[in-house]
Design a protein around this ligand. Structure first.
Ligand SMILES: NC(=O)c1ccc[n+]([C@@H]2O[C@H](COP(=O)([O-])OP(=O)(O)OC[C@H]3O[C@@H](n4cnc5c(N)ncnc54)[C@H](OP(=O)(O)O)[C@@H]3O)[C@@H](O)[C@H]2O)c1
Length: 261
């Protein structure tokens, strides 16, 4: 990689996403300079976990070519506004945020100052630092902004694709694939606990079912009584179901996928 393409990065918001991106950057050809959070003590803790970088004063982010703003979605606009009131070399800088539900417009105060702006939304559940580091590489990331962000994403181990403009719909797809999927699994966990069988038995089943959906069309990957026409089994499920209305809604969906509605 040519020296010109080694970016110097600062991160504002060294939380779940920011800390992991910082470590990925430090293990890439790019340089993580440091950053800050709302509370300096939390940022210091994060920097020691990351293992490199220093606590920056807001004015010092001007040393960076790229500033990643990984604060809660509701704070991105405010942080962008605060940054735009500093005296930074905006024309040489790019500011990106990590939200899947917001576009580049939320950074318009910085764009008005001559900075480039972008979005870098990793499709990964940043649950905990070590877990994320072990599993995040190979995840997809939705990108909006300058073309070089795609190569930057690859340098960090991500699979980049252009972020869709329909943000609400795009983000809904993401939560169906993560939080809402796990909400469904919570029913299995409750049943496992009640029957005193290992939760992992159901989790392994879920893992295999999901793996099947990578290899086969959903109409083939879906197994169960609806596929075999075992209506009696379905009736018995409904008798013991924690939420029969939800079961029926999902059954309707399954029948549609199987072409049996
Ligand atoms: N979590 C995920 O799985 C995930 C996945 C993809 C994208 N994202 C996106 O990534 C972004 C960050 O999410 P996260 O989960 O990393 O949040 P998080 O763990 O709550 O971390 C947020 C960080 O922002 C800091 N912060 C809050 N307000 C600030 C301010 N005004 N100025 C400076 N720093 C501030 C917090 O500081 P303190 O520590 O001092 O409170 C914390 O370090 C969001 O846009 C989110 O939508 C999250």
């Amino acid at each position: 990689m040519a020296e010109d393409f080694r970016r110097k990065i600062a991160i504002i918001g060294l939380g779940r996403v920011g800390s992991v991106l910082a470590r990925l950057i430090s293990e890439s050809p790019h340089q993580f300079l440091g950053g800050f959070s709302r509370r300096p003590s939390r940022a210091e803790d994060a920097l020691s976990r990351i293992g490199t970088g220093r606590l920056l004063e807001p004015g010092a982010v001007g040393e960076a070519d790229v500033v990643i703003i990984s604060v809660p979605d509701s704070k991105i606009g405010q942080v962008a506004g605060d940054l735009s009131s500093l005296s930074l070399p905006y024309g040489n800088m790019t500011f990106i945020h990590c939200s899947g539900s917001l576009g580049r417009e939320v950074l318009e105060a910085l764009e008005a100052k001559g900075a480039q702006t972008g979005v870098f939304h990793p499709l990964f559940p940043f649950i905990e630092f070590e877990f994320s580091l072990e599993n995040v590489r190979g995840s997809y990331v939705a990108i909006e902004g300058p073309e070089w962000l795609f190569d930057f994403a690859k340098d960090l181990g991500f699979l980049p694709f252009p972020a869709p403009s329909k943000k609400e719909l795009y983000h809904l797809g993401a939560v169906y694939s993560s939080g809402l999927l796990l909400a469904l699994l919570s029913f299995s966990m409750e049943i496992a606990d009640e029957l005193k069988i290992p939760r992992e038995a159901y989790l392994k089943l879920a893992e295999a079912a999901l793996r099947g959906s990578f290899e086969f069309d959903l109409s083939k990957a879906i197994t169960g009584p609806w596929k075999r026409g075992d209506e009696e089994v379905i009736k018995k499920h409904l008798e013991v179901s924690r939420d029969p209305a939800l079961y029926l809604r999902l059954l309707e969906r399954i029948r549609k996928i199987l072409g049996k509605d």
